[in-house]
Write a protein that binds this ligand. Structure first.
Ligand code: GMT
Length: 380
């Protein structure tokens, strides 16, 4: 198959899923064309049948806001026509789905029929998409897509609750490449981070408000009273400065390392004892899955799709959003019981294996075939 993939090229979860999916499809012999405004962060090595097309924005003094959606639609028309794509798969509804649908209509006028699959990732539904600024276009884009997938049951339900949906939404969960994310021996890192044998907590995110990183600092403050512990904070974003300030005010800053954006997250996960994810909203929690694949149990909130990944009392614990005391108590319990921590580590890996890329990739491929066949039937 020849597949066009549209995504955000940044480190965010939707971009990571889209890029890893494209690379895996490429390895399976499909021809994959990424169409976005920048080389996707994880598209970091050459693969013969994975191509990248940059969306160029022609600016003009009249434009206070350069029309990215129009540029993307035009680029898609060009790529679909000249590379003879079989399907466009867009990740994150805004503005990718409406741009792809515009391209589809333009191509139909030229006698080229291409199906559009839209994958909903989370904030495109739960935070941004249901805002009245975007909701009519998001509703239309979902209903007009030839196929729609959501990354968790929870996100599917949210979509059905927030929008007037007239089409089927298929749940295809996020996945993990267990050959890349696995526990490796990085004892020298552990010694550098925790020289006195302290336990290590870790969090990875884009430091947006929705991640509630302040709850991590509060729980760390409580945990530190009972267990010698260090905290690694990976990633960067708008909340980082207030979080650093809070850490200083609570006098826990000496035991926290802000590592900023890191490429080799797996190497850091390899030395962690617990992954912390107290998000207010989280459609899936890919970062938690990456941790679990590295045998790191998860202390999280029970927001959105997290409980579909982090099983309470098995792979870690879930607590109500904002319940910092409960999260701290759960962390203390696990960190103080080596046997239990070991069992939870094994459970985390076992659960992560259910989301193995090798299981999820064929589900996407079958879905593409189903959507293409349905469209062929409809135009005959
Ligand atoms: O978490 C973010 O803020 C990034 C966002 C994205 O769209 O890149 O992540 C969303 O998609 C990920 C991949 O499907 C999910 O694992 C995240 O749970 C989801 N984030 C939220 O729902 C807040």
């Amino acid at each position: 198959m020849k597949i066009g993939i549209v995504c955000y090229p940044t480190y965010g979860g939707s971009g990571v899923v889209a890029t890893e999916l494209g690379k895996a499809l490429g390895r399976e012999g499909h021809e994959v064309h990424f169409v976005t405004y920048q080389q996707p962060a994880r598209l970091d090595y050459f693969q013969p049948n994975v191509l990248y097309h940059e969306v160029n924005l022609a600016n003009y003094p009249l434009f206070e806001y350069p029309p990215y959606e129009t540029a993307l639609a035009s680029k898609l028309v060009d790529v679909v026509q000249h590379s003879q794509l079989d399907l466009i798969h867009v990740h994150y509804a805004i503005p990718h789905a409406s741009a792809a649908l515009m391209a589809k209509r333009i191509l139909a006028k030229r006698g080229i029929h291409i199906p559009v699959v839209t994958t909903l990732h989370g904030t495109d539904i739960t935070l941004v998409g249901n805002n009245e600024t975007y909701a009519p276009v998001v509703t239309y884009s979902i209903n007009e897509s030839d196929g729609v997938t959501a990354v968790s049951e929870s996100l599917k339900q949210d979509t059905l609750n927030f929008f007037e949906i007239e089409t089927e939404i298929r749940v295809i969960p996020n996945f993990i490449d267990l050959t890349t994310f696995k526990k490796e021996n990085k004892d020298h890192f552990r010694t550098a981070i925790a020289p006195d044998g302290e336990k290590i907590l870790i969090h990875v995110s884009n430091f947006r408000k929705v991640k509630r990183v302040q709850d991590i600092i509060k729980m760390f403050h409580i945990v530190k009273e009972k267990v010698p512990v260090k905290l690694l904070l990976i990633g960067d974003g708008p909340e980082r400065i207030p979080i650093e300030k809070m850490a200083r005010e609570l006098c826990v800053d000496c035991d926290i390392r802000f590592l900023g954006k890191q490429d080799a997250v797996g190497e850091l996960l390899a030395v962690a004892d617990l992954f912390i994810l107290p998000s207010e909203k989280e459609s899936f929690g890919l970062a938690a899955l990456e941790a679990m694949a590295c045998e790191v149990p998860v202390i999280s909130s029970d927001a959105g799709g997290i409980p579909e990944v982090n099983i309470d009392g098995v792979t870690g614990y879930t607590s109500k959003v904002e319940d910092v005391e409960s999260m701290a108590a759960n962390a203390i319990e696990l960190l103080s019981n080596e046997e239990k921590l070991k069992a939870f580590r094994a459970n985390a890996l076992k659960k992560a294996s259910e989301f193995d890329l090798r299981n999820v990739l064929p589900i996407y491929v079958n879905y593409y075939e189903e959507v293409i066949e349905r469209m062929m039937e409809s135009i005959q």
